[in-house]
Design a protein around this ligand. Structure first.
Ligand code: OXD
Ligand code: MN
Length: 586
């Protein structure tokens, strides 16, 4: 396979000339090709086979120990001016970015195969989908891309018809963190990544294309590319609502997207559309429609068990790639929180010893096709996507944020999104558990200046008639003893039920300075073991804490200078004033 698209052929030729691979291979995306690559990697040790009886067609990849997470400090957005990238991104001029990357890529594929991967983000036939081509020297990337995207011949046919595509060039290089960079050139629709074989740094369709480049394109074209799961909730009466939720990395998006209703809500059905990324477009009827650009899941493994996420647990029992998990004596994958089996070898392939830290890396991952998911929505391949009833923001917060609240308007909802902050997790290199601002859960992923991004969000007020309602949730609130107040997981459906009922104008709430909060009795707690005190705490706010939070959010937004939309600052002042009144009247 090659291509009849001259611009694509010319780019592949030029990259090959520069990187000097031994061979060039155009990926067809076929199952045979996947199997052949797996066989090759089993032979050279890139993969090892897991227990064929308990985990058919499952493989383990152990990455270099210093290449286990996204590297935000080495990730750049190369716009013409530094202001266009914003302080939310590392910036380099396009000329400097190219010079640096050209030097690093020179001859880097010697002795290796250059794989050309045409892919489509979103259903092949959807007007909302966008295509790209990733060139990589990693067969591990190829097999992951096969599960995560619509990859191969069909995508190539669309690319040849359209004539445009995002160019993604990747090489694992020598895995030296000193020579590791992930650069984005949004004006050229191109990405260059070297020195890492890890997921978000190397599977360029995901964070690099579907979020950073796509968010940039979405602003130009009038849509939104967001770090959101999409889930369909079908009530016992058969009404289905689709909601899109933006939570920072490793805060439970995959679990929520595959939620299993608790016994008392067994007559609800939950359908997964996506677990990480949503592309939202206003449609002709004034609604916001969402597609999931991905076709698989690259999820955090630790903590997955039949109680926390039975759907995920079942779907990774076959045809899955595991990265950086531990293994048992009989080659089953093992991770902290699996609650079955004992580790024999850790994520570095060493004999497991307690003093050596966790057996599975905290950011160990599974890759599976979405088709493995028992609650995969049959609308996930629908070209027109699904209409969104509610947008939900959330983070991991010990205090301040209540269990759930509803924004008072779209503009206020944008402020709520901009105020998202969360304790950091192992998904990125750096300290875990410190609070950081993560507006709309897009801090690592917005391909341009956040201030312009907030203006873009606000502009939807005039773009479409029936905007979704906006909510905020926090499953992670703790009491003074450090115990979680809310059980989370499947029980979160009770909160989603309130959200849907608010959309249907049939649930109660009380107005507070920060938004509409449920009364404790507005949350369905039938059969739930929760104390009245816990529920009271979850459904109330500490106005002084909220005031401090609002002040710090104001300072943060103002640090973006005069690009920060005045409307957002007006919304912040409004909430602050209402909090002042609440405090004065207390
Ligand atoms: C992810 C992330 O891998 O957000 O999805 O880090
Ligand atoms: Mn993510």
């Amino acid at each position: 396979m090659t291509t009849k698209l001259a611009s694509l052929q010319a780019w592949v030729d030029q990259v090959a000339k520069h990187t000097q691979p031994d061979t060039i291979y155009w990926c067809s995306g076929s199952d045979d090709e996947y199997q052949q690559l797996v066989r090759k990697m089993l032979e050279d040790g890139t993969l090892s086979a897991l227990n064929e009886e308990t985990h058919p067609n499952c493989y383990l990849h152990l990455s270099d120990p210093n290449d286990v997470a996204r590297v935000e400090h080495l990730t750049y957005v190369c716009t013409e001016t530094e202001e266009d990238a914003g302080q939310n991104n590392n910036w380099m001029s396009p000329a400097d970015g190219h010079a640096k990357m050209d030097e690093l890529f020179a001859g880097c594929m010697r002795g290796r195969t250059l794989y050309v991967i045409p892919y489509c983000m979103g259903p092949i036939g959807s007007r909302f989908s966008r295509c790209g081509v990733e060139i990589t020297d990693s067969p591990y990337v190829v097999i992951n891309m096969k599960l995560m995207t619509r990859m191969g011949a069909e995508a190539l046919a669309r690319i040849e018809k359209e004539g445009t595509f995002v160019k993604g060039l990747h090489s694992t290089g020598d895995l030296d963190p000193e020579r590791r960079f992930i650069m984005h050139f949004p004006n050229e629709l191109s990405i260059m990544s070297i020195g890492s074989g890890y997921g978000g740094n190397a599977l360029l369709g995901k964070k690099c294309h579907a979020l950073r480049i796509a968010s940039y394109q979405a602003r130009q074209e009038g849509w939104l590319a967001e770090h959101m799961l999409i889930v369909g909730l079908e009530s016992p009466e058969g009404a289905v609502h689709y909601i899109a939720c933006a939570f920072p990395s490793a805060c439970g998006k995959t679990n929520l997207a595959m939620l299993i209703p608790p016994a008392e809500l067994h007559d609800w059905k939950v359908w997964t559309l996506g677990d990480d990324i949503a592309w939202l477009h206003p449609d002709e009827t004034g609604k916001l429609r969402a597609i999931n650009p991905e076709s698989g899941y690259f999820g955090v493994v630790p903590g997955t068990n039949p109680k926390t996420n039975k759907n995920a647990y079942d779907m990774i029992m076959h045809d899955a790639i595991f990265t950086n998990v531990a293994t048992t004596d009989d080659d089953e994958p093992w991770w902290e929180g699996k609650e079955d089996g004992t580790p024999a070898r850790d994520w570095q392939g060493r004999d497991y010893k307690e003093g050596n830290g966790p057996a599975a890396h905290p950011n160990s991952r599974f890759t599976v096709s979405a088709k493995n998911n028992p609650c995969y929505s049959n609308l996930a391949d629908e070209p027109e996507g699904v209409p969104i009833s509610a947008i939900v923001f959330g983070g991991r917060r010990k205090n301040v944020a209540p269990l759930v609240y509803e924004a008072k308007s779209w503009e206020h909802g944008v402020l709520v999104g901009a105020g998202t902050a969360s304790e950091t997790t192992a998904a990125m290199v750096g300290e875990v558990g410190v609070i950081r601002r993560d507006p709309m859960a897009m801090k690592p992923f917005c391909g341009y200046n956040f201030a312009d991004y907030w203006s873009h969000w606000l502009s939807f007020k005039d773009r479409t008639k029936h905007l979704p309602k906006v909510f905020n949730v926090n499953w992670f609130r703790q009491n003074d003893d450090g115990d979680f107040l809310w059980p989370g997981f499947g029980e979160n459906l009770r909160v989603l039920q309130w959200i849907i009922d608010r959309c249907e104008h049939r649930a109660g709430a009380r107005e507070t300075a920060i938004g509409y909060l449920p009364h404790p009795y507005d949350i369905n707690t039938i059969g739930l073991d929760i104390s009245a005190e816990a529920l009271d705490e979850l459904t109330s706010i500490d106005s002084v804490q909220c005031r401090n939070e609002m002040i710090s959010l104001g300072e943060y937004m103002q640090s973006y200078g005069n690009r920060t939309p005045a409307e957002l600052l007006r919304q912040q002042q409004k909430v602050l004033k209402a909090l002042d009144e609440e405090i004065a009247n207390a």
